[in-house]
Design a protein around this ligand. Sequence first.
Ligand SMILES: Cc1cc2nc3c(=O)[nH]c(=O)nc-3n(C[C@H](O)[C@H](O)[C@H](O)COP(=O)(O)O)c2cc1C
Length: 250
Amino acid sequence: MSVTPKTASTLSQKFSRNPNSNLTLETNTKMAPKRVAIVTSSTRSPRLNPTITQYVYDVLTSDPTIPTSHSGTIDTDPRHITFEILDLAKQSLPLYDESVIPASLPAADPTPHYSKAHTRAWSEVVRQYDAFIFVTPQYNWSIPASLKNALDYLFFEWKGKPAGIVSYGGRGGGKAADHLRGILTGLRMSVVGTAPALPVKFTGLPVGALSEVEEKVQLDERDVAGWREAGFEGMMRNLGMELVCELDKE
Ligand SMILES: Cc1cc2nc3c(=O)[nH]c(=O)nc-3n(C[C@H](O)[C@H](O)[C@H](O)COP(=O)(O)O)c2cc1C
């Protein structure tokens, strides 16, 4: 589905005019901007995921219709959000080894009840964010185990929060996106409809020994031009505005 910038702009107007929005009524109140994590989901090295995540970040933060809060400025507009990159490779989560069932813990404060220090640390990280955009490759028609693992560790930290999906792969990663949508729905997240699936045709998919290949792969301009032409950047902006609208309901 191709979504034009006009659609994002229409959503922006809807957002700013929403008469039921508590946020618009509080424009003079100091509130921290809502934090949206753009999650880098694969953990191998070398990998393409950090490059695609950065591309998603750049598209979203350069869109004037999305009320992005820029770091380093004093910002009191309560509609504003910040986008931050959250890399699962930096979380050092082992293969799931938590002895308690996350959904059985006290909903208001599950963190101290986990049995493992790494789960408590991961719980603290995820609790800081109000919404998530999962940027995931397709591995064998699904998502990487690293992402499923990170999701399984927690429950109430995800529950009720808005989520978006951007997938990529040789054919766009739509099957990974479909699986992920099911998993996030099971975690009771509000998954927005727009889910760009980026076909990677020209960018060199990283293979090779760790020491011989740089971690960060450069995007081939032909891929970027193709995504733009096919409307994927418009879809990303639309995804961002759908998240903003979901956050506005809170
Ligand atoms: C284990 C594995 C399975 C893959 N399965 C698929 C697949 O089902 N469909 C697809 O289009 N690409 C598939 N690929 C290609 C990946 O989409 C591509 O290698 C991409 O760069 C992986 O993201 P990463 O570099 O961030 O790990 C697979 C790659 C790996 C490593």
